[in-house]
Structure formats: structure tokens, C-alpha cells
Design a protein around this ligand. Structure first.
Ligand code: TXA
Ligand code: MG
Length: 322
């Protein structure tokens, strides 16, 4: 069992000392929980890949707590990146920037770029600040599976190798950060996330392009990702898929419960069709459905606007199992 400690001031302090010394700490962020290591300790970073069973070619996001720390991990930061970080940091925006050579290559899987973000969650900020080092942290789940948005989901997902889970309650946004790369004055979203395309467009005054392709250019670009263990089928609202011999079905509905009793378990993302609420409930609902011993989960498509776009991206990747 991995120890879980409430994110009190004293416990954050203790976690920061452990982190700095090369231990692995899971901690809350406003998006999802992260599995953190001192980014400058290559041995600790290597253990992240082992624990997550993550391929070494899938690079990690580096988290900082102060603008002054950016130069430790990145260099030659373009002007349009500065504009975005001034607007959206701290917050759910990850920027892919030219890497500082002193950052261990393992963090970035040997790429010349590094993905950096400054989270807004107060526990994450004080942890990173007290650890006094940039923190490499992927989501705190095994590679390809659901991202945890509370401490109990972390404990369910990762059974060994983590030194401490800091419990800071439910992640308020519930979806991973939006990953942005700037190239030739153009803005590319590599992973849609908790910062909407619309917000990026408004702040930059530019058209935002979605970059589809292979890992690591587009995270989750191969195989199933963000997926429950139970097979998941994506349908239009109200539609029933033809499932081979699936007896016990669960439903992840957008806003309305079905009238008939076809489903043994139902979760509604937001009865009010509020996308912020839907995003916050998204991974928790899938964790819950995944624990109901179902033969299949049917998930309704959500409107592809605002945060719905990022939810739909994850549902598509979760349903890509056959
Ligand atoms: O909200 C989040 O971003 C959470 C919290 C913990 O901060 N973190 C997170 O990390 O979602 P992770 O490892 O689950 O997803 C990060 C993605 C990876 O899929 C990786 O491919 C991509 O970021 N990435 C990292 N470095 C990159 C780089 N230099 N170029 C392109 N993609 C990169
Ligand atoms: Mg992840």
C-alpha cells in the first residue's frame, strides 16, 4: 500500500523534501493527479517510466512554480509562447519549447524540445516551489489507462513504486492540460485539453491548428488511450450499439438518463449540459463505471465545442480497442 497523506502544510513540506531527494510523489493539480520526480534526477525519472509501464519514447511534462525557473528547462523561448504563458500560466496550458541541454534527455525522450507547464493548483505550486526544482510529472496512471482526478483513483491505479500520495481532493478541471507547439508563427494543439481551442484563439488572435499524427507529436496518437479496462463503445446520444454477447452494460450519458432499463449502471456527465461540470466528472465517472463489473461501457458523444472537444478526443481514443 502506498501511503496517502492529506495535503497539509507539513505534509507538503515533507513531500517536497522527498521529491528533491529523488523519491516519487503523486500530487493533485487542477487538471489531473501527477506522478512527480525531480526532473534533474535521471534515476528518479527512469522510475516514472517503469511504474507507468510507459514507453521511453513518450516524453514527460516538466512542471515549474515560478517564471524564473523556465530557463532551467527551456531556452530560446519564442515571443508568441511568452504571450501565451503570461496569459494562461499558472493553468492548464503546456508549451512545447526548445530544451535546455542540462535537462536529462530521458525526460524528453531525447527530443530537442521540452513540454513545460505551470500548474495553478495551490498544492502543486507549493510542492514544486518547496522542492526547489522543476518536477517531471505525467498523469498518475499506468500508460494508456484513465487519468486519476482524486487520491483514491491514484491508489487504485498505481500499486507500487510511489513513495507518497498527497491527497488534495478532487482535481477541479478534470481533464489534462492542452499541449501547444509554436512553429513558424503558427499555433498547433498537439493534445486538446482543459484550456479550450476557443480561449487560445481569442488570446492569440490567431487560427489554432490541430496537429494529427504519430506520438510524441500528438499524445495518445497510437493504440487505446485514456481507456477503462472494460471495453468502451462510442455512440451518438440515444443510440444503442450492436454488441456481441454483452450482457451487463453501463452507460456514460452526456445529460439524460435513458428511459428503458437496458443499462445496469448509468453515469450522467452534466444534467445541465454544462461542459465545465462534464469535464470535471469525466474521468471519475469512467473510473466508477469501470468498477461495476460490466461487460461493456457505452459512452455517448458530447458536443464537440469548448471542453466537449477535449472530452470527445479522449472518448475516441478510449474506444479504439478493436
Ligand atoms: O494536465 C496534465 O498535462 C497532466 C498533469 C499531471 O500536469 N500531465 C499529463 O502528462 O497529462 P502525460 O505524461 O500523461 O501526458 C503528456 C503528454 C505525453 O503524451 C507526451 O507525448 C507529450 O505530453 N509530450 C511531452 N513532451 C513532449 C514534447 N517535447 N513534444 C511533444 N509532446 C510532448
Ligand atoms: Mg497521461
Amino acid at each position: 500500500m502506498i501511503p496517502i497523506l492529506e495535503a497539509s502544510r507539513a505534509n507538503i513540506h515533507q513531500a517536497a523534501l522527498l521529491l528533491k531527494a529523488g523519491k516519487l510523489i503523486t500530487f493533485p493539480t487542477e487538471t489531473v493527479y501527477g506522478l512527480g520526480a525531480n526532473a534533474f534526477n535521471a534515476d528518479a525519472v527512469a522510475r516514472i517510466f517503469e511504474i507507468k509501464r510507459r514507453p521511453r519514447f513518450d516524453p514527460l511534462i516538466v512542471h515549474i512554480a515560478h517564471f524564473a525557473s523556465l530557463s532551467l528547462v527551456a531556452q530560446d523561448v519564442p515571443k508568441d509562447a511568452e504571450v501565451l504563458m503570461e496569459k494562461f500560466w499558472p493553468g492548464p496550458l503546456t508549451l512545447v519549447l526548445p530544451k535546455n541541454r542540462s535537462l536529462p534527455d530521458l525526460v524528453t525522450s531525447g527530443l530537442p524540445t521540452v513540454a513545460v507547464r505551470m500548474p495553478s493548483h495551490p498544492v502543486a505550486l507549493s510542492l514544486i516551489s518547496l522542492a526547489d526544482t522543476p518536477v517531471a510529472a505525467p498523469s498518475a496512471n499506468p500508460f494508456g489507462s484513465l487519468s486519476p482526478t482524486d487520491a483514491s483513483q491514484v491508489a487504485d491505479s498505481l500499486k507500487y513504486g510511489v513513495d507518497l500520495i498527497l491527497d488534495g481532493g478532487q482535481s477541479p478541471l478534470g481533464l489534462e492540460s492542452t499541449i501547444v507547439k509554436l512553429e513558424g508563427g503558427m499555433i498547433f494543439v498537439l493534445r486538446p485539453g482543459a484550456l479550450t481551442m476557443e480561449a487560445l484563439e481569442k488570446a492569440s488572435g490567431k487560427k489554432i491548428y490541430l496537429k494529427a499524427g504519430q506520438m510524441p507529436e500528438t499524445p495518445g496518437g497510437f493504440g487505446t488511450h485514456y481507456a477503462p479496462h472494460t471495453p468502451l463503445y462510442l455512440v451518438k446520444p440515444g443510440q444503442i450499439p450492436k454488441l456481441p454477447k454483452a450482457k451487463k452494460l453501463g452507460l456514460l450519458a452526456f445529460s439524460k438518463a435513458p428511459k428503458d432499463g437496458l443499462f445496469a449502471a448509468v453515469r450522467i456527465l452534466s444534467a445541465a449540459e454544462d461542459m465545465t461540470e462534464a469535464a470535471k466528472n469525466f474521468f471519475s465517472s469512467l473510473f466508477w463505471l469501470d468498477n461495476q463489473h460490466l461487460d461493456a461501457i457505452v459512452a455517448e458523444e458530447v458536443p464537440a465545442k469548448g471542453l466537449g472537444y477535449a472530452i470527445l478526443d479522449r472518448l475516441r481514443k478510449a474506444s479504439r480497442h478493436r
